[in-house]
Design a protein around this ligand. Structure first.
Ligand code: OAD
Length: 246
C-alpha cells in the first residue's frame, strides 16, 4: 500500500468508480461515528437499539434513539468532503456510483445527485409492507402508514437484516475500475467485503480515512487525514489531471 498519487491512480473519462462512504465522512459535520472512543456504540448496546428483536421488545427505546439521531442531524450541515464527492460525481456522471452506509442525508445536502443508501435513511420510516414515509422530526408510537395503516419503524437496516440494493451494489463493484472507501472502519459486512470484491475485479483501491490499516493487502493507495480536509484536495488533483489530458 502506498500514498495516493493521482497520476498513478489514473482515474479518467473511461473509468468506472465506486465510492463507499461511512460515518467518518460525516464526523467533521459533528455527527458521531459508531466505533472507537466516544462512538455511538460506546454509549448504547447495539442489540438494544439496532436489531429487529429490540424493536419488537421495546419499540419506545428504539424510536427514542432514532429520534435523537434525527434531532442531531437537523443541527448539522454537510462538510467539504460531501461537497468534494458531489463535485467528482457531477464530473463523472453515471460513471461514479456513490454508495453510503450512512443513514444521514449529508451527501445529498452536499450536492450529490444520486446516493445509494445501503443501510437505510434516518429521514424515512417504513411499515411492515415496505411502504415508505418521509419524516423530519420525531416519530411517535401513534404514527401509522398512510398507505396501509400499518405500524411504522425507522427505515434503518438493523443487524441481522440484509442491506438494501446489495445485488446492484455488488454488480457495480464487480464492474468498477476504481474503488474508494472512505470514513469506514470496514467492520460491518457485507459493506466491508466490497473492497475485496473490487480488488478481485482488478480495480485500483483507495482508502481515505483518519486511521489507515497498513497491513490491509486489499488496498493499493491511501490518504490519511480528516475527510473534510483531504477530500477536496484529492478531487482537485484527480480533476486537474483529467482536464490537462483533454
Ligand atoms: P465506524 O464508526 O465503524 O468507523 C468510522 C471510521 O471513520 C473509522 O475508521 C474512523 O477512523 C474514521 N473517521 C473518524 N473520523 C474521521 C474523519 N474526520 N475523517 C475521516 N475518517 C474518520 O463507522 P462505519 O464504518 O460507517 O450501521 O460503520 C458501519 C456501520 O456500522 C454503520 O453504517 C452502522 C454501524 O452499525 C447501521 O446503523 C445499520
Amino acid at each position: 500500500m502506498k500514498e495516493f498519487d493521482a497520476a498513478e491512480f489514473s482515474l479518467d473519462e473511461n473509468s468506472r468508480l465506486v465510492i463507499l462512504s461511512g460515518a467518518g465522512v460525516s464526523a467533521d459535520s459533528g455527527l458521531k461515528t459508531f466505533r472507537g472512543q466516544g462512538g455511538l456504540w460506546e454509549g448504547h448496546r447495539v442489540e438494544e437499539v439496532a436489531t429487529p428483536e429490540a424493536f419488537d421488545d421495546h419499540p419506545e427505546l428504539v424510536i427514542r434513539f432514532y429520534n435523537e439521531r434525527r434531532r442531531q442531524l437537523a443541527e448539522v450541515e454537510a462538510n467539504d468532503a460531501h461537497r468534494a464527492i458531489a463535485k467528482l460525481q457531477k464530473e463523472m456522471k453515471e460513471r461514479c456510483f456513490l454508495v453510503t452506509q450512512n443513514v444521514d442525508d449529508l451527501h445529498e445536502r452536499g450536492g450529490a445527485e444520486k446516493v445509494c443508501h445501503m443501510h437505510g435513511e434516518l429521514l424515512q420510516l417504513k411499515c411492515m409492507a415496505g411502504h415508505k414515509t418521509r419524516i423530519s422530526g420525531e416519530q411517535n408510537m401513534d404514527m401509522r402508514c398512510e398507505e396501509c395503516g400499518g405500524y411504522l419503524r425507522p427505515d434503518i437496516v438493523w443487524f441481522g437484516e440484509v442491506p438494501y440494493f446489495i445485488d446492484n451494489i455488488q454488480r457495480k463493484v464487480a464492474e468498477c475500475t476504481h474503488f474508494i472507501f472512505t470514513g469506514t472502519s470496514s467492520q460491518v459486512y457485507p459493506a466491508a467485503g466490497l473492497k475485496g470484491l473490487a480488488k478481485q475485479a482488478g480495480a485500483k483501491v483507495l482508502n481515505i480515512n483518519l486511521e489507515i490499516d497498513e497491513a490491509d493487502w486489499m488496498t493499493d493507495y491511501y490518504i490519511q487525514g480528516k475527510a473534510s480536509e483531504v477530500w477536496p484536495k484529492c478531487v482537485e488533483e484527480i480533476l486537474s489531471l483529467e482536464y490537462s489530458k483533454a
